[in-house]
Design a protein around this ligand. Structure first.
Ligand SMILES: *Cc1c(COP(=O)(O)O)cnc(C)c1O
Length: 231
């Protein structure tokens, strides 16, 4: 199946899941997780109507930017971001989805101020409390949101999460529901309901994420096929 056919199929599944919650597919942003796919493949996905592309690695993103891989669609940064690489991402990514520490927020503020831009970000929630994953602990998100509000060159647009690898089908539904509840609370209490995005759901679980309230999903394998890490 071509990328176009994959996207068409995914869009219809998105629409069906969204309708279960009184929404439609038009309410869900489809981000293609394009890691390990080349610039031509990125352009193919954009031509097929993907809403945005998301990259994980700064070096790969920088190389593909130079090849104009993302022309025609917003670029998101979705991977673990080291502080010393913030300079290479701020002002280039329309949305940094993976901001999981106060240090990172402050560094983004510093770089964005220097560039005189306001950087849109999502706060990443480590909902499974996993040692190896970045992100704010659920109970630390409020405080991070309050701090971010004081940073003039950072604009929080919502929350993002990557739950633990599910051992069984629907295994992440409860995590998605927890992050959604957090999103609703923070949105009301801190942001006057002006947050836009709750980014959760990947190839294997985006329908459950949408059922739980997600409005932005990050899909790699189901669009681009398997990634071959040995290459
Ligand atoms: C790779 C990646 C995805 C997509 O994963 P698939 O299972 O291939 O759909 C989503 N989010 C992040 C942060 C990723 O790194």
């Amino acid at each position: 199946m071509s990328i176009q056919e994959h996207i068409t199929e995914i869009r219809s599944r998105i629409d069906a899941a969204a309708r279960e919650t009184g929404r439609t597919g038009a309410d869900i942003v489809l981000v293609g997780a394009s890691k390990m796919n080349d610039a031509d493949t990125c352009q193919e996905a954009i031509a097929a109507g993907i809403d945005a592309l998301g990259e994980n690695r700064v070096q790969e993103m920088t190389g593909k930017l130079a090849q104009d891989a993302y022309r025609g669609a917003p670029l998101h940064f979705i991977g673990h971001l080291q502080r010393n690489k913030v300079k290479q991402v701020v002002g280039k990514a329309a949305l940094i989805q993976s901001v999981g520490s106060v240090e990172l927020l402050r560094e983004i503020e510093k770089v964005a101020a220097k560039l005189e831009v306001v950087q849109d970000v999502l706060l990443e929630v480590n909902i499974g409390g996993e040692e190896a994953k970045s992100g704010f602990a659920p109970e630390a998100v409020r405080e991070a949101a309050l701090l971010a509000k004081e940073l003039p060159h950072v604009r929080v647009q919502g929350l993002m999460t990557i739950p633990p690898i599910a051992a069984e089908e629907h295994g992440n539904l409860a995590y998605f529901q927890k992050v959604y509840a957090l999103y609703v609370d923070i949105n009301r209490e801190i942001y006057d309901n002006e947050l836009k995005y709750i980014s959760m759901g990947m190839s294997g679980d985006f329908e459950d994420a949408i059922r739980a309230g997600s409005n932005m999903i990050r899909v790699g394998t189901a669009i681009f096929g398997q990634r071959y890490y040995a290459k």
